[in-house]
Write a protein that binds this ligand. Structure first.
Ligand SMILES: *Cc1c(COP(=O)(O)O)cnc(C)c1O
Length: 456
């Protein structure tokens, strides 16, 4: 095959962005502020700094600076695995016999196996700058915990991870990678925290959820001198750090003179999607260009498509600030599906506002359809994708098939957020024909949504 555009569009090390891009600066309707659950008033920087690192609190609250400089130490770490490649999926296009042009931005090229390292290294850096001893966090599928343990090892910080019990049991190798990087890993809910004991008493035998694990990690951070809590998704600061994905993708497209028509990403808490779309959304917000942007969520945890836009707790224990977001209710514990990274009950408040204002669309994919797309992609493009990423693959393939019907030569970009080497239990279930498609009923969702805090 001889094509003008290469399979991989590489950038140089010097093209790693010098600044992150903050979409909120260009939003007319800013995302709603975090509220203090006690007073119902917006959280102040001082209140937030009891839980989060100071510099990260500033980033969380910053809705005016469009660009925030990336410190040299973080850029140096990025150089070990960035820029990540933008790949033209020629083989996939050929197999689908579609006139669509498909590109993906691949973030699985580091040991953590996902995009999460982009924010982990930034958060560990600011914790170190502040002179902290360590950080606590939750992890669902394990990618965030792995990324954070790598980042903490690099800056010599202690790292305490609460891992959702179902993943802890399904993914012993993930746990061992974290321990290899020096982190301690506790299955959640656990007996080691007050909130964990409460949740266990209320839901005996629960397989856990991100919401429970967050409550435990926050409790440990706020009860131990020299510790703060860090979160791998949902927050504004995380979307900010993840903007490196979109900034690099945009630079690579500019290099070949191409503009995507459609940008597709999976959405758990919204960090990879928020990062991938950042500079494109910036153009859209400023009226300079238009893109179709599609969030893909699991049918088993459909925050955007079946949730309510309201203030809610980010955690099951209801000790975290309230965020206004599309939510299924902090009491909602999704069925133990195989895309652990997409099991959070809420969605980034920035993306929630953008979705509410019509700047993006959302759709769902069923688990078995996702794995069908994952295997198709693995066989055609070679990379074994993470189940989370495969939600985006599913919709990219479906959109490319539509182009075949209509003859349209659309340019599709999707985020390939990570690899699936630690998800082989899920692949095994799929290969054995034992995977099911649990979809919550309207009654189940109504029950957890009825318990939303009465704020609005
Ligand atoms: C965590 C994770 C996601 C989902 O999280 P977002 O914050 O929505 O990006 C997607 N893909 C992979 C590989 C992940 O590890």
């Amino acid at each position: 095959m001889s094509q003008e555009i290469p399979y991989k569009i590489y950038l140089d090390e010097k093209d790693i962005p010098a600044s992150w891009y903050n979409m909120r600066a260009d939003m007319k309707n800013k995302p709603a502020p975090l509220l203090n659950p006690g007073t119902g008033r917006p959280m102040t920087a001082q209140e937030l700094s009891g839980v989060f690192c100071e510099e990260l609190v500033k980033q969380e609250l910053n809705e005016t600076d469009a660009y925030i400089e990336i410190p040299g130490d973080i850029r140096d770490f990025y150089k070990m695995y960035r820029p990540s490649p933008l790949v033209r999926a020629y083989c996939l296009e050929k197999k689908l016999d579609t006139p669509a042009k498909i590109y993906y931005k691949f973030e699985g090229n580091n040991t953590s196996g996902s995009h999460k390292l982009n924010s982990a290294i930034a958060q560990a850096y600011y914790a170190k700058q502040q002179g902290l001893k360590g950080v606590t966090t939750e992890t669902g599928a394990g990618q965030w915990g792995t990324a954070l343990s790598m980042a903490c090892a690099y800056f010599d910080l202690d790292c305490k991870v609460f891992m959702v019990k179902v993943s802890y049991e399904q993914k012993p190798f993930r746990r061992e990678v974290m321990r290899t990087y020096g982190a301690s890993v506790t299955p959640s809910p656990s007996e080691t925290t007050e909130v964990g004991r409460k949740i266990l008493a209320a839901h005996p035998g629960t397989t856990g959820s991100l919401g429970c694990a967050i409550s435990e990690a926050v409790e440990v951070a706020t009860h131990n001198e020299g510790y703060r809590y860090v979160l791998g998704s949902v927050l504004n600061q995380v979307l900010l750090h993840q903007s490196v994905i979109g900034l690099e993708a945009k630079a690579a497209f500019d290099k070949i003179g191409v503009k995507p028509d459609m940008i597709i990403g999976c959405a758990g808490g919204g960090s990879n999607l928020g990062g991938l779309i950042a500079p494109f959304m910036g153009e859209k917000l400023r009226g300079e260009a238009d893109y179709r942007i599609i969030a893909v969520e699991p049918a088993s945890c459909p925050s955007f498509t079946r949730g309510t836009y309201a203030y809610d707790f980010c955690d099951t224990g209801m000790i975290c600030p309230l965020a206004k977001m599309y939510t299924l209710g902090s009491d909602f514990i999704p069925a133990p599906n195989h895309a652990g990274g997409l099991r959070f009950h809420g969605m980034s408040s920035t993306l929630s506002q953008l979705y509410h204002d019509g700047y993006m669309e959302a759709t769902t994919a069923r688990q078995t359809d996702v794995f069908e797309a994952a295997e198709y992609f693995a066989r055609v493009e070679g990379i074994l994708p993470a189940p989370e990423s495969s939600h985006a693959i599913r919709v990219a393939i479906d959109e490319a098939k539509k182009c075949k019907e209509t003859g349209e030569e659309k340019t599709i970009l999707f985020g390939l957020t990570g690899t699936g080497y630690f998800d082989l239990v899920a692949y095994e279930k799929y290969n054995n024909g034992e995977m099911d498609d649990y979809i919550p009923t309207d009654e189940e969702l109504a029950a957890s949504i009825a318990k939303l805090p009465k704020i609005n």
